[in-house]
Design a protein around this ligand. Structure first.
Ligand code: G6P
Length: 489
């Protein structure tokens, strides 16, 4: 946390993201605050609590408008220093084009390479541009200085960096892409590939989770945009402006503040045993994510099925709790997945009748405290994403296990698998391999679990989210100084 202080003394920090860190919902009981399920939010929120500043995001809750002042602002002051949340209102039509359309039917499947065909419509693209402009305008309106540090988050805002640069030429703009970046061949499918890349090149720094995604991005720049690339130092110059491309593996706060409020693992275990009515001696596997087709939820259920059909002895000794928070349900690719998963869970449960169901599929949002309680109760956690930028669930599971017990089963197609190599690394497309990994996890001696877990915990502790933000801010500070010294700014 100290890393963040003093890196950019006196600089004003503004964050731009689609998802807001707190959603206010109108319920019968009054206004209820919810923490959305979003890797981006879990990573950025502790940073903003540490730095202060302004976070500009889409107001998405039914009671969001009531919670703000006349300038659409709210003070988030749970922990000092407080920061300001500035809400942007988006109409349903704009949301359909910008968020559901271009961002989630176009860029999301394009970047994840999961065989869901990306859809690109001109009207969606126009809305995307319009909303990017609205957020860029909000940055200009919120900035009190001519050279703020602007942290642009994710694939919803590829065009905003250039739009901000046009109005605030001295700003330090750090754009972080939280999802994978595909190879040039794949990215070339997008009809507006050059505009997307040029928009991002308005940034001072473009960050990805892995070096592999940086390389893919630079290949795309090379293929689709007239610019000068220096591969050795990984910079791209376009129209006299230079952008650095760097890998910054995202992480979580350490220790997560949620854990302070939780009872120890053994206590969490008895709570969860009671909650699900687990029979004595049951091995518990858990999965927690948004109900998204990139997460490999069906694949891991099939792996559980494969394990049971291989070895029926597990029937009354294994329970798999899958929490999946519905997301983007307006899109048929999402609602279909949920229906298919529910059907598959029922089918698997039906084929192994026993004292307790094998699969509990919980299609609702879990608040962070509930998630951590489940993690602490589990014998194993499965993260079987078909493709994922980083995946913070893997790191959160590890962070929750102060008892050094529990096994992480982790897809090789996540950024996290580069860091957490002591997990059982699997190919989620290989059902039999995943079934074997689950069995291995459930029979792993406690000593081996502890050895693996300690190494993973050390890794996440050292490479926590403050380090992620610190590395970006140090690079930003360096480029500010350099521009000043060279008289570029
Ligand atoms: C991923 C994306 C984030 C997004 C989150 C939740 O982590 O990278 O940008 O906020 O999913 O998705 P949603 O569409 O609900 O914001």
């Amino acid at each position: 946390q100290e890393v963040l202080h003093g890196v950019l003394p006196g600089a004003e920090v503004l964050v731009v993201s689609n998802r807001e860190p707190y959603i206010h919902n109108a319920m019968e009981a009054g206004r209820v605050v919810q923490r959305p399920a979003s890797g981006l939010v879990s990573a950025l929120e502790p940073i903003m609590r540490a730095c202060g500043g302004t976070w500009i995001a889409h107001g998405s809750g039914s009671a969001d408008r009531e919670a703000v002042d006349e300038n659409d602002r709210i003070r988030v002051s749970e922990v000092a220093p407080a920061y300001t949340l500035r809400r942007i209102w988006i109409s349903e039509e704009e949301q359909d084009g910008y968020y559901y359309g271009f961002a989630n039917e176009g860029l999301w499947p394009l970047c994840h390479i999961v065989f869901v065909r990306p859809t690109f419509r001109l009207t969606d693209w126009q809305m995307y541009r319009q909303i990017n402009q609205r957020f860029a305008d909000a940055v200009v309106a919120e900035a009190h200085t001519e050279d703020p540090v602007v942290l642009v988050q994710d694939y919803h805002f590829a065009l905003a960096p250039r739009m901000i640069r046009e109005r605030l030429p001295k700003a330090t703009i750090i754009t972080f892409w939280h999802i994978p970046w595909p190879n040039a061949e794949t990215f070339g499918i997008c009809p507006w590939r050059a505009e997307i890349i040029e928009g991002m090149l308005g940034s001072t720094i473009v960050g990805f989770h892995t070096q592999f995604h940086c390389n893919n991005f630079i290949e795309g720049v090379d293929r689709f945009v007239e610019s000068r690339i220096d591969r050795e130092v990984q910079t791209v110059s376009l129209g006299g402006h230079e952008t650095r491309v760097r890998a910054y593996p995202i992480s979580i706060e350490w220790p997560p503040s949620e854990l302070e409020k939780l009872p120890p693992p053994a206590h969490c275990r008895s709570d969860v045993v009671a909650q699900f009515g687990l029979a004595e001696g049951t091995r518990l596997i858990v999965g927690v994510e948004r109900f998204d087709y990139t997460k490999g939820i069906l694949d891991r259920m099939r792996a559980v099925d494969a394990l049971l059909s291989r070895n029926l002895a597990w029937r009354d000794r294994l329970v798999f709790v899958q929490v999946a928070a519905p997301t983007r349900s307006k899109l048929s690719s999402y609602s279909k997945l949920q229906a298919e998963a529910e059907e598959l869970a029922a089918e698997i449960n039906g084929s192994y009748p026993g004292r307790q169901p094998v699969i509990h599929l919980i299609a609702r949002h879990y608040e962070p405290a509930e998630v951590f309680r489940l993690f602490r109760a589990a014998n194993a956690c499965v993260v079987s994403s078909l493709h994922d930028g980083m995946n913070l669930v893997a790191k959160e599971f590890v962070s929750s296990r102060e008892d050094n017990a529990g096994v992480l089963i982790l897809s090789s197609f996540t950024g996290a698998s580069r860091e957490l190599s002591e997990a059982l690394i699997v190919n989620p497309y290989d059902t039999e391999e995943m079934a074997s990994a689950i069995e291995l996890a459930l029979t792993m001696p406690i000593q081996e679990q502890a050895e693996r877990m300690k190494l993973m915990r050390q890794q996440v502790k050292e490479h926590n989210v403050y380090r992620w933000a610190g590395a970006m801010l140090v690079d930003a500070a360096r480029s500010r100084t350099r521009e000043r010294v060279l008289g570029l700014a």
